[in-house]
Write a protein that binds this ligand. Sequence first.
Ligand code: FPP
Length: 248
Amino acid sequence: MQIPTHLAIIMDGNGRWAEQRHLPRILGHRKGVETVQSVVDECLKLGVRYLTLYAFSSENWGRPQDEVEALMGLLGSFLKKELSQLQKQGIRLMAVGELDRLPKSINKILQDIIQKTADNDRMVLNLALSYGSRNELTRAIQSLGKEIAEGSLRVEDVTEEAIGNALDTQAIPDPDLMIRTSGEMRISNFLLWQLAYSELYFTEAFWPDFSRELLYKAIEEYSIRQRRFGLTAAQLRSEDSIPGEGNH
Ligand code: FPP
């Protein structure tokens, strides 16, 4: 089985999982945290090097206040519990998004863990928090524009590479595989630039039901797909290297 270097996941369907059981939505999120823990463990075993999880979108701030607060509470307790586990497992925590919009206490724990795990090198767990791809691109364009205005960057140096380096994900290669749970077939403002050549996989399962077996199924499907990067199959057969390999 070919293992994606970078797996990105839109964890969707916690609310519907709970509603189907006549439970409050927050119990779906709570169960979703358990799935996060098991998927992290499985990815580590499989040898995935980067795992990005869409944990809270820019748009999620618009949810009812009690749900936002409950999600922040779950995130806080997850982070507090997770530090020793991350250290034990050699996992480095990273985060992308407008982190300064998070409650101060959560951002503080987050920065603390990011710093404490910075030397871990078995896997990167990258949390997309208060994240929206258009927002990320807007911030990147603003920062490049500022450098141009100040005279430290020339317009012709605004290359794809320079744009990639101005994004929150600068230190992380593009995802090889993106999985979305819950049957919705949308990207929902997630890594729009970075997913340009990624394989996309959709499963009907709600996130709390996303088991080890379903993860394996997604990776097996990814293994048999042929990534062509815009070339023909014949070109790929005759070429030793794929353009952009290492980045994609
Ligand atoms: C989507 O379900 C899920 C979210 C908005 C949040 C995902 C969060 C977690 C799994 C828990 C916190 C994360 C971490 C890393 C501790 P939904 O509410 O959109 O479900 P629905 O579409 O069925 O309503």
